[in-house]
Design a protein around this ligand. Structure first.
Ligand code: WT7
Length: 642
């Protein structure tokens, strides 16, 4: 199968783009014809950004897993759907053909059903990067349950919050997970998360690390035992639940500038269409290619470009359990050589970190199978771009810089590999169906080229965020209320003389640390939990590898801390512990500066702008400090900068 809607020339890109904007309904309904539906749609698109309400393919019935699995069986049943490379290079890799994956998904669908999971139920998935994670995700989709995958690096507290928010009754987890040198005791984290929880009825535990676990009677069951029951009954198929186009497919929690993480909801039809469309177009995937996305399924990139996009396209998706630097910094290149990977999709932070090891680890590995390279998650600096281009792509492989968000479901702005031009550090042009605009603070559109502003999207694309789980108003205020009738991305961007977009970074209080989104307010709340912390303010600063580092200014009760712990370093460690416990290690501040006060306005608002400048190393132009309650505090903070 190749893809009738794959863009094959620059002219076609322009023509398709124009069609998609002139008549989005006609454009997307023609593409939708290439999918498997249980019932076709009545209307292609209904929308209103003020509510917001965006309905694609209303009236249609489908199951996304029939598109990801069943429809490939006849022709490609023996094709590898998934190649799995373990953390430890000496352990055997696994290959799951479309048929095998289908069977495993069907079997686990029975397991879910046998354990009481019904359509619409929320299932929290907290697993390492093993094939069973993909199986669990797809089985949820098959039975119509809503999956909420939580990244294995999040703490028990974070899981507890997410379980509560989604009112999840079911959990799928592992005994433990391998990640590089680490062995993460996932089940024990789940046990902590469940203390006091009265909603979760069942925890299904897959075996991976053989880490000792305690199984709670009546609540916890083993994955393997449940599968055995199904196998003995000879069950290999499971009828896919009939879903409405806009029935929720999954919830994925992501950080914002305020409050706790919100549960971004994506629904079945539009998300399926758009992840598939962007996958085959941006990467110019050809049947038989091996596609390696290095993200974790705990993030949207893994959902859209390890599972749903590639599998709906009948592609071969490579899933890697480990980290780029284990057992050494040649791991990615070894994997590419081993499986003759054709397309590599990774994050700038990984490239920068591997760059730091020099060319030694790259040498001696055959990278000639590579055709296309991609990046995602944060702006890529030109140095990293060129390193990637020269030393990995050997100047033969187009690099796609893909800009998108958890909320957008799929890639919105990116060059198309080998078809549309690339420009280092630019995401360049919108995908068909995507209408970006730049606005100023007041919401006025900034027209023309060579301009910059806040990036908004002015019409729906098929995988527009549907809602934030349990709180639609939050979805409205966060994304659709800042500027009337526009989806606001939270990013700043510039548009160059050719109309190419360069995403410059968040304009709100959201940090992007190694491509992971972290709200400053969330980190502050975690730090403030520490008994000797009075108050804190968190900002980002440029970090060579992570893109952004976390800089925390902390007021602590000096005397108490002195007495009990002695040194500032020990208190820093305590604060790290607290943040790790409340959020997870990914949110640990890189720098903690103790201060006696914070720059505040007379109304008590922390002037983060000033702190940001100080953290960035700026000492001169801090802007207007005259409105501060106590301008003297700025001098002290400047002098104490780390
Ligand atoms: C934020 C979204 C999209 C999957 C991974 C992150 C930043 C993402 C790019 C890029 C510059 C980028 C933006 C965006 N971002 N891709 N190619 N160039 N910035 O998903 O956690 O939802 O974060 O990541 O700031 O808003 P996410």
């Amino acid at each position: 199968m190749s893809y009738p809607y794959q863009i094959k020339s620059l002219e076609q890109y322009h023509a398709d783009y124009k069609r998609s904007v002139d008549d989005p309904a006609a454009f997307w309904s023609a593409i939708a014809e290439h999918f498997t539906w249980k019932k076709k749609w009545e209307t292609t698109l209904n929308w209103n950004f003020t509510e917001p309400r965006v309905e694609w393919f209303k009236g249609a019935k489908l199951n996304i897993t029939e598109n990801c699995l069943d429809r490939h069986l006849e022709k490609s049943g023996d094709m590898p759907a998934m190649i799995w490379e373990p953390n430890d290079p000496d352990e055997h890799h696994r290959i799951l053909t479309y048929r095998r994956l289908y069977e495993k998904v069907c079997q686990f669908s029975h397991v879910l059903k046998n354990n009481g999971v019904k359509k619409g139920d929320r299932v929290c998935i907290y697993m390492g990067m093993i094939p069973e994670l993909a199986v669990a995700v797809l089985a949820c989709a098959r039975v119509g349950a809503i999956h909420s995958v939580v990244f294995g690096g999040f703490s028990a507290q974070s899981i507890a919050d997410r379980l509560y928010d989604a009112q999840a009754e079911f959990i799928v987890t592992c005994d433990g997970a391998y990640r590089g040198q680490k062995d993460i005791p996932l089940k024990s984290v789940i046990d902590d998360a469940l203390i006091g929880n009265r909603i979760v009825k069942r925890v299904i535990v897959a075996t991976r690390t053989r880490t000792p676990v305690s199984m709670i009677k009546g609540r916890d069951v083993w994955w393997e035992e449940e599968i055995n029951k199904v196998e003995t009954m000879g069950l290999h198929d499971f009828p896919a639940e009939e879903m409405d186009a806009d029935d929720p497919l999954f919830i994925l929690y992501t950080s914002g500038s305020t409050g706790k993480p919100k549960g971004v909801v994506h629904t079945c039809a539009g998300y399926m269409l758009f992840t598939n469309y962007t996958f085959v177009n941006v990467f110019q995937y050809e049947p038989g290619d091996i596609f390696f996305c290095t993200a974790d399924i705990g993030w949207i990139t893994g959902h859209s470009y390890i599972i749903y996009g590639p599998l709906s396209a009948g592609a071969t998706s490579l899933m890697f359990e480990g980290v780029p630097t284990y057992p050494d910094a040649s791991r990615f290149w070894k994997i590419i050589d081993k499986f003759k990977v054709n397309i590599l999709y990774t994050a700038p932070t990984a490239i920068r970190s591997l760059m730091g090891f020099g060319l030694g680890p790259v040498h001696g590995h055959d990278l000639s199978s590579l055709k296309v390279l991609g990046t995602v998650g944060e702006p890529i600096n030109e140095e990293a771009w060129h390193w990637y281009d020269e030393h990995i792509g050997k100047k033969r492989c187009p690099i796609v810089d893909t800009w998108w968000q958890t909320e957008t479901g799929g890639i919105l702005i990116s060059n198309i590999a080998g078809i549309t031009p690339s420009k280092p550090s630019y995401a360049t042009l919108p995908m068909p169906g995507v209408q970006p605009i730049l606005v100023d603070e007041s919401g006025k559109e900034i027209e023309g080229n060579s301009v910059s502003g806040n990036l908004c999207i002015k019409a729906p694309w098929p995988s527009t965020i549907k809602t934030t789980y349990g709180d639609h108003e939050r979805c409205r205020t966060n994304y659709f209320a800042t500027y009337p009738n526009l989806y606001f991305t939270g990013d700043g961007a510039l548009r160059d003389e050719n109309g190419f977009y360069r995403i410059t970074g968040r304009v709100d209080d959201v940090l992007n640390v190694s491509g992971h989104r972290i709200g400053t307010a969330e980190v502050e709340n975690a730090i403030n939990m520490h008994a000797s912390v009075v108050e804190s303010a968190v900002v980002g600063y440029p970090h060579d590898i992570k893109g952004q580092g976390i800089y925390a200014f902390v007021i602590y009760q000096g005397s108490h801390a002195q007495n009990t712990h002695g040194t500032a370093d020990l208190i820093r460690k305590d604060i790290h512990q607290t943040v790790t416990r409340i959020i997870g290690a990914i949110a640990k501040p890189d720098k903690i500066q103790f201060v006696s006060g914070l720059p505040k306005t007379r109304s008590g608002k922390i002037m983060r702008r000033i702190l940001r400048k100080i953290a960035e190393g700026e000492t001169e132009n801090l802007g207007d400090t005259s409105t501060l309650l106590d301008p003297g505090v700025v001098e002290e903070i400047k002098n104490g900068k780390l």
